[in-house]
Design a protein around this ligand. Structure first.
Ligand SMILES: NC(=O)c1ccc[n+]([C@@H]2O[C@H](COP(=O)([O-])OP(=O)(O)OC[C@H]3O[C@@H](n4cnc5c(N)ncnc54)[C@H](OP(=O)(O)O)[C@@H]3O)[C@@H](O)[C@H]2O)c1
Length: 336
C-alpha cells in the first residue's frame, strides 16, 4: 500500500475553485474503524456551501465529501466483521445516537469536520459501512448515501407517504429531490414536480412524474398544482417563496417536510397553517434505522440518477456544475 494518496482538500473558503488536489498521508483506522479504498464519491450542496464559507463551524484544511463507495482495505479491531476486498457503501451520518426520532447533539457528517470521501482512501466507523447493492456500479452506489438517506426520511419516516397519495416535489433537479421522486413512484404515489428547467422536467416525466411545472416560466405554478387535485405531502428544500406557496397548495390536514432552505428563510402565513391543520415536519439526514431501509430499495432494483461523472482531479469543476444548478440527479467523482 502506498503511504500517500490524492485528496481534494479545502484550505480556505472562496467557492468551488478553492478546492486543491493535495498529496496527503493515507489515514490509519482507529479502534472499531475500517479503511476504505474509494472507487467513487458524490457531491452534495453541503460541499458547495462549505467552499463558499456558508456552513457553520468550518474547520480547515479538510478533505470534503460525504458520499463514497469502494472496497474495505483494513479493519482495526475484530468486532466489525468486515474482510478486505468487500465492496461497501458509506453512511455519512456519524454518531446519530440511540433516539430514532432525532440525532444526538454531538453527531456530525463525514466530510467536515472529519476528512471525507474526495480522496483515494477514507477511514470510517465500522457501523457506517454497508454491503454495496450488487447490481449497482461504484458510481451509482456512491451517488446514494447522503441524498438517498435524507430523501428516505423526508418521504417515509417523517412524511409518511402512502400508496395512492400525491406528493409535490419542489425543485426536482436537486440531488435529494430526485430520490424523493424515485421513492414516491416506487411507493405507488402520484408525483407532481417543479423545476426551473424544462429539460429537467422532461427527465422527471421520464422517471414517472405525473405533472411537471416550470416555476420560472410559470410564476403562478401554485395555481396549476392546486387545480391538479389535493396535495397530501410537500417535500421542499428551497424555502423562501416556495414554502409560502407550498402552504397554499397543501390539502387540509396535509404535511410539509422540510430539509433545507437554499433560497433563505420564509415568513409564512399563519392562517392557512392552523385553519387547514397542516403539519410541518423538519427533517435532516437519517437514523441508523433509515439507512439500511433506504438501501433495501436499491437492493430490490431501484437505480439512482447519476447526472455526470468527473475524475477526482476535476473536483472543483464538478462542484461548479452543482453550484450552477446545471445537474439533474447526482454529480459523481470517479476515484482512480
Ligand atoms: N438537512 C439535511 O440533512 C440536508 C441534506 C441534504 C441537503 N440539504 C439541503 O437541501 C438543499 C438541497 O440539497 P441538494 O444537495 O439536493 O442540492 P442540489 O442538488 O444542489 O439541488 C438544489 C436544487 O434546488 C432547486 N431550487 C433552487 N431554487 C429553487 C426554487 N426557487 N424553487 C424550487 N426549487 C429550487 C433547484 O432545482 P431545479 O434545478 O429543478 O430548479 C436545484 O437543482 C440544500 O440547501 C442542502 O443544504 C439538507
Amino acid at each position: 500500500m502506498m503511504a500517500e494518496m490524492e485528496a481534494a482538500r479545502l484550505h480556505e473558503t472562496g467557492g468551488p475553485q478553492s478546492l486543491r488536489i493535495d498529496r496527503t498521508p493515507i489515514p490509519e483506522p482507529g479502534e472499531g474503524e475500517v479503511l476504505v479504498r474509494l472507487r467513487a464519491a458524490a457531491l452534495n450542496h453541503r460541499d458547495v456551501f462549505i467552499t463558499q464559507g456558508l456552513y457553520p463551524n468550518i474547520r480547515m484544511p479538510v478533505t470534503l465529501g460525504s458520499d463514497g463507495a469502494g472496497e474495505v482495505v483494513a479493519v482495526n479491531g475484530d468486532s466489525p466483521g468486515w474482510r478486505a476486498g468487500e465492496e461497501v457503501v458509506i453512511d455519512p451520518m456519524l454518531g446519530w445516537g440511540d433516539d430514532p426520532r432525532v440525532w444526538d447533539s454531538g453527531s456530525s457528517l463525514l466530510g467536515m469536520p472529519r476528512d471525507g470521501t474526495f480522496a483515494q482512501y477514507v477511514t470510517i466507523p465500522a457501523e457506517n459501512v454497508y454491503r454495496k447493492p450488487e447490481q449497482l456500479s461504484m458510481e451509482e452506489a456512491a451517488a446514494i448515501p447522503l441524498a438517498g438517506l435524507t430523501a428516505y426520511r423526508a418521504t417515509f419516516t417523517r412524511g409518511a407517504l402512502q400508496r395512492g397519495e400525491t406528493v409535490l416535489i419542489t425543485g426536482v433537479g436537486g440531488g435529494v429531490q430526485t430520490f424523493v421522486l424515485l421513492f414516491a413512484k416506487h411507493a405507488g404515489a402520484r408525483a407532481i414536480v417543479t423545476s426551473g428547467s424544462d429539460e429537467k422536467l422532461e427527465r422527471a416525466k421520464a422517471l414517472g412524474a405525473d405533472l411537471a411545472v416550470n416555476y420560472k416560466t410559470t410564476p403562478d405554478w401554485a395555481k396549476i398544482v392546486r387545480a391538479a387535485g389535493p396535495i397530501d405531502l410537500v417535500v421542499d428544500s428551497s424555502g423562501g417563496e416556495t414554502l409560502r406557496k407550498a402552504l397554499d397548495v397543501v390539502r387540509p390536514g396535509g404535511r410539509i417536510a422540510i430539509y433545507g432552505g437554499t433560497n433563505g428563510d420564509a415568513t409564512i402565513k399563519l392562517f392557512p397553517l392552523f385553519w387547514k391543520h397542516v403539519t410541518i415536519l423538519g427533517t435532516s439526514m437519517g437514523s441508523p434505522q433509515d439507512f439500511p431501509a433506504m438501501l433495501e430499495l436499491f437492493r430490490k432494483g431501484l437505480r439512482p440518477v447519476v447526472d455526470r461523472v468527473f475524475p477526482l482531479q476535476d473536483a472543483a469543476a464538478a462542484m461548479q456544475h452543482l453550484a450552477n444548478a446545471d445537474q439533474f440527479g447526482k454529480v459523481v467523482l470517479r476515484v482512480g
